[in-house]
Design a protein around this ligand. Sequence first.
Ligand SMILES: [Zn+2]
Length: 61
Amino acid sequence: MRKCVRCGAEMDEDFKFTGGFGNVIRRRGLSTKALYPKAAVCFSCGEISIFVEEEDLDKLK
Ligand SMILES: [Zn+2]
């Protein structure tokens, strides 16, 4: 579980971006290697964290 960097509370990681290709992060020059970031929300202070799952990071290596 992610902890909020601002207040230390546990964040809700059950969020994702919607809207298609604009939300993809690609390595420059390698169009086949892309990340689909997720989002976590802190319901205590409103902080939003954008992150990538570990298994998705492995795909970039
Ligand atoms: Zn917080």
